[in-house]
Design a protein around this ligand. Structure first.
Ligand SMILES: [Zn+2]
Length: 294
């Protein structure tokens, strides 16, 4: 189950054929311990592993490859809810991409360059040793840093909480290039977009395009997380207008009742299969994007 990397005539001519990038952020208890939402540490770590078994079945049933963004420490020997190297190997052997989600789900803006390089290297090494294949894609925990001055994206909280050594998006991509990564999922939002969103009271996402930051292939998230209406609508829009639709969820939220619940996931998978059958959408992995530039 590998995503097709064949270019269609549309892609060759316009570079805009609709493409789905599907991510699962596999946080495990490392992420639950570092939760930044109300109340601090959480206890959903075990669900990451239990629900991933169900997800592997679902993705096989719909023949749809995904990228699992795995906290590197989870690939080290040990027991759930912190470790399960055998499950991470199963993810890889099922045809999905295993990407790095940092070493211990660190909040990257708070790391200085030395700490950042260490997390990137340790995570890549642990995952590569585990699956026996190169790990080239990176998904930042908490979808941060937001701060990326070059595109007018400012995060006052990242600036307030962290010193001048903080990791902004440019520094992150610099460090990714230095440690051998080729792809990063990004979520900066220019100030002009945020002001417009505040005025209309909703997100104003666009079909995404591949872009390079410090030599690293980057694609912006353009759905709010989950598989309900915003994800379906962006997929339909890309199928019509071209561009990349980028969706993500967490295995531990599969039975949460929210936007990442399987009651939304299954209809979403069915719709993607339909769009692919109609040749209106391709499904790719981040490593394909990094290799082919779109
Ligand atoms: Zn995460």
């Amino acid at each position: 189950m590998r995503a097709s990397t064949t270019l269609t005539q549309n892609e060759t001519v316009a570079g805009s054929a609709a493409t789905l990038l599907f991510f699962w952020d596999y946080d495990t208890q490392w992420g639950a311990d570092r939760s930044r939402s109300g109340g601090g540490a959480k206890n959903w770590g075990p669900l990451e592993f239990e629900n991933t078994e169900r997800l592997l079945d679902l993705h096989a049933e719909y023949d749809l490859p995904a990228c699992f963004a795995v906290v590197g420490a989870a690939a080290l020997p040990g027991k759930r809810p912190y470790h399960d190297p055998a499950q991470i190997r199963r993810i890889h052997n099922s045809g999905h991409e295993v990407a790095s989600h940092s070493f211990q789900h660190e909040w990257l803006p708070g790391l200085n360059r030395r700490q950042l390089l260490e997390s990137l290297r340790r995570s890549k090494d642990a995952l590569e040793q585990c699956v026996g294949a190169a790990v080239v894609s990176f998904i930042p925990p908490f979808n941060q840093p937001f701060d990326y001055i070059k595109k007018g994206s400012f995060s006052l909280s990242e600036r307030r909480e962290c010193g001048s050594e903080r990791t902004d998006l440019g520094r992150l991509c610099d460090a990714l290039a230095e440690t051998g990564y080729h792809f990063c999922r990004v979520s900066y939002r220019p100030l002009s977009q945020r002001i417009a969103e505040r005025l209309v009271g909703r997100r104003l996402d666009q079909p995404s395009r591949h872009e390079k930051i410090a030599g690293v292939s980057c694609v912006r998230l353009n759905t709010p997380g989950g598989f309900n209406a915003p994800a379906i609508e962006m997929s339909n829009r890309c199928a019509t207008a071209g561009g990349l639709v980028v969706v993500y969820g967490h295995p531990h939220s599969l039975l949460s009742g929210g936007a990442q619940d399987q009651s939304h996931l299954i209809p979403f998978l069915k719709r993607m299969v339909q769009l692919r059958r109609e040749d209106r959408l391709k499904v790719k992995l981040p490593s394909d994007i990094a290799r082919n530039g779109r």
